[in-house]
Design a protein around this ligand. Structure first.
Ligand SMILES: Cc1cc2nc3c(=O)[nH]c(=O)nc-3n(C[C@H](O)[C@H](O)[C@H](O)COP(=O)(O)OP(=O)(O)OC[C@H]3O[C@@H](n4cnc5c(N)ncnc54)[C@H](O)[C@@H]3O)c2cc1C
Length: 380
């Protein structure tokens, strides 16, 4: 079976690639060093409607199918993991509001997120609660019929430094719930986090909620509607984005290696002719093909609303994040000292790839879920 993109998908892929080659790759190491994405680039991404990639056109979105959205993530991931993460967050929050929000929330926020006027962030993790998300401690306490009070502490929140709107998870009457909180809400304090290993331009922050009063109508879905399905809608799209982004990291590393090995000579011959280098190039090529196929399959299943799409996205994210780490590590190896320099892209890809094994569910949490899936699927 050959996977064939439609003419429109091919045109989009070319447009994404051109944009990334021109606007992102030349500056990606700078984003990493400065730990920020320049406003000008954020505006360019917004003008391309990438922040509303999965939203319908009525909200200013791009209305991409899942394969096209995957191709966008591959290309952005090939350029800069932080830029891809920025775009991913906008789509995660936008899709969640579109799927579970009230009409008022959709009217108020979706167009603004798609246009870049409102920067959105997703706030689930806490200092004491990461993988075990069902046990978050942030509380939503009813004040009266019209508002409730948030107390809690969130950590490692991508774009937390600059976001205008947070999709925050907490417990309301003991039930996991999700709420939209605006940046200027009294009692909300943001503390920037810098110096991370990778995805360094994602402008992380800690968020402190100290008696923040929020209107009841800011709840997304009912109380108790918090993690399943509201959180899963966001995380599923996030994992899909990461899986394709990891294919992009792998592709960038492979291309860098082929270029370097074709020009660097040692022991009287080009690196590309040494068989131990060829082994690494061959393994990169094969794993990349396998990872990309998993992404296509997961995307097609998601597009068709298949009941196993969520699991296939987890399979793809698990495989490709490990794959990206191995490929990026070998890419540094192929480049020798040059690959260790802060000017090289492959060292950035290696640091970024490691983060992919941790965010949106660690590799271990994926293994547990995938094993459960296997026991169900293949039991006699
Ligand atoms: C760059 C970056 C950006 C992030 N952005 C966001 C964001 O925007 N919003 C947000 O809410 N969060 C964000 N996070 C947080 C991220 O989602 C968490 O780091 C992740 O869920 C893991 O939680 P933890 O770090 O607390 O690790 P823990 O859950 O404490 O896990 C530590 C280790 O133990 C392992 N482990 C845990 N439980 C088990 C088990 N049952 N069996 C076996 N092994 C286990 C894990 O796999 C891991 O290796 C971000 C993190 C990073 C690094």
């Amino acid at each position: 079976m050959e996977i064939k993109l439609s003419e429109q998908q091919k045109r989009n892929q070319t447009a994404f690639r051109d944009f990334v080659n021109k606007e992102i790759i030349p500056h990606a190491n700078q984003h990493d060093k400065e730990e920020r994405i320049p406003d000008e680039l954020i505006k360019k991404l917004a003008r391309k409607r990438y922040f509303g990639a999965v939203l319908p056109e009525q909200y200013g979105g791009h209305a991409m199918d899942y394969i096209t959205y995957g191709l966008l993530n591959e290309e952005l991931g090939r350029g800069c993991a932080s830029v891809r993460a920025f775009m991913m967050m906008q789509n995660m929050v936008a899709l969640t509001i579109h799927k579970w929000g009230s009409e008022e929330q959709k009217e108020r926020w979706l167009g603004r997120i798609a246009s870049g006027e409102t920067i959105a962030a997703f706030a689930l993790t806490e200092p004491e609660v990461g993988s075990d998300a069902m046990h978050i401690e942030t509380s939503f306490t009813d004040a009266d019929d019209s508002k409730f009070i948030i107390n809690g502490h969130k950590k490692w929140i991508t774009l937390g430094q600059i976001a205008d709107l947070f999709l925050v998870f907490g417990k309301k009457r003991g039930k996991l719930s999700a709420v939209l909180v605006e940046k200027d809400t009294p009692g909300l304090t943001k503390i920037p986090i810098g110096g991370m290993l990778g995805v360094r331009a994602s402008m992380l922050a800690e968020l402190y909620f100290d008696n923040c009063s929020v209107p009841q109508e800011n709840l997304v879905g009912r109380a108790g509607f918090g993690f399943v399905p509201v959180g899963i809608t966001a995380l599923n799209l996030g994992r899909y984005s990461i899986a394709w982004g990891c294919v992009g990291i792998g592709q960038a590393c492979l291309e860098a290696c082929i270029n370097y090995a074709s020009n660097r000579r040692q022991f009287g011959d080009y690196l590309k002719n040494h068989q131990l280098i060829q082994e690494m190039i061959a393994d990169m090529t094969v794993n990349l093909k396998a990872g990309r196929l998993l992404c296509y399959q997961a995307g097609q299943m998601q597009e068709e609303g298949h009941e196993n799409a969520i699991m296939e996205i987890m399979v793809a994210k698990y495989f490709t994040s490990k794959m990206a780490c191995t490929i990026a590590s070998n890419a540094v190896q192929v480049h020798g000292a040059v690959g260790c320099s802060s000017d090289s892209a492959v060292q950035r890809h290696l640091r970024d790839a490691k983060i992919m094994e941790i965010i949106e569910g660690t590799s271990q949490i994926h293994q547990i879920k995938i094993a459960d899936y296997a026991y169900r699927e293949y039991a006699e």
